[in-house]
Design a protein. Sequence first.
Length: 202
Amino acid sequence: MRIVGGAFKGRVIKAPPGRSSRPTADRVRESIFNVLAHSPWAPGLSGARVIDLFAGSGALGLEALSRGAEFCLFVDSWVEARRVIADNAAELGLSDRISLARHPAERLPPVEKVPVEKVPVGAKAPVGARSVFDLAFLDPPYHQDLAPAALAALMQGGWLTPDAVIVLEIGGTDEFRLPEELALLDDRRWGPARVLFLHSAQ
């Protein structure tokens, strides 16, 4: 995999070993960021605070940082995924702009209760690591129906600014019922992926 745009365009990033992780394909990632770059409802990436749930390799959050985001919190319960994200961030010189949280995204507690891992070990965690976020990426495993619980935890846990945009990737054949508290901004399909761009309906 490679970063497809921004300051680190073309730089290689690693994925966790095995089949437990399914990184968003470079082509789909590029399409997602094209939508975010050109849609009038999208928050600007410059200076944005990003949260990446079911983070895996961290490709989505790292892409956002490459394109100007200020900070990203990566959430993944798998220790190997968090190790790879930390390694990827270090290779790109981004360790001081990320933190890691080891909670399962579908059971994410309120923002003030999540322990944040410091990156690198022994370094000071970025200022405001537990603050709210402007942009959220959710890329749960396909066909496991984890998106509703993760969305509910994200919304109810105080993780997002009022104008935040949520980017949710699910399998193209997965059923998904839009929660009442969210509005659909856009709905795209790229290969086996369906990507929904969501916003608070309140």
